[in-house]
Design a protein around this ligand. Sequence first.
Ligand code: SAM
Length: 203
Amino acid sequence: MTASSSSPLSPAAWEQRYQEGTPRWDLGHPAPAFQALLASADAPRTGSALVLGAGRGHDAILFAQQGFNVTAVDFAPSAIQALGAQAQAKDLSLQLLERDIFDLVPEFSGQFDYAIEHTCFCAIDPALRPAYVELVANLLAPNGDLLAVFFTHRRQGGPPFGTTPTEVRQLFEPHFEVVSLEPVANSVPSRSGEEYFGRLRRR
Ligand SMILES: C[S@@+](CC[C@H](N)C(=O)[O-])C[C@H]1O[C@@H](n2cnc3c(N)ncnc32)[C@H](O)[C@@H]1O
C-alpha cells in the first residue's frame, strides 16, 4: 500500500520533510480539538488508543498524559525518534511503531478502543481513503471510537488533501455510526474554519 519511492507521499519523502527542519504541519502542541474534548463532559473513558500518522507525537503524548494506553505509528523514522525522545523526557511509556499504517492488520486487528486521527487522513493518497476506513474499522474493537480532526480546506491538491463533512459521512457510514461531526471552534488561526471534529463509532 506504500507509495512508490519517488512519490511525495512515500516514507522517504515524509522523512526528508522531517530532516529538512520544522515541518509546517507540526503545531508544536496537541490539536486544540483533542484538548477541548479531553477537558469536556464528553471526554472518552481511558482505554487503548492508536494514534495514526503520529508525527512528533504531540497528540499521542496528550492522550498518554490523560491515562490512555497509547500506541503511536508513523513510517518516518525521524518522527518516531522525536516522539520517543519527547515521551522519555516526560517519563511516559508509549508503544512506538515505525510502520506503514496499512501494514498493521492483521497483527493489531480489533485491539484498540480508540483510533486518533489528526492530519494523517489528509496525508495519504485520496484514492486510499476507502482502504483507510476499512483499516480503522479493522483495528478498532467493536464499539471502538475514531476520534478525528478532519482537515476540510477547499484548496486543490495536497498533501494536505482536503475533505468535506459530506465525504466523511459517505466514506465512514458503512462501518461507523457518526456520533458527532462538527466544525472545530478552537482551531489554530491558520486552520480556522477548516477543521471538523468527528467521533465515529465502529458498528
Ligand atoms: C501531516 S503529518 C501529521 C503528523 C501529526 N499527526 C501531526 O499532526 O503533527 C502526516 C504524518 O503521517 C505520516 N504518514 C503518512 N502516510 C503514512 C502511512 N501510510 N503510514 C504511516 N505513517 C504515515 C507521515 O510520516 C507524517 O508524519
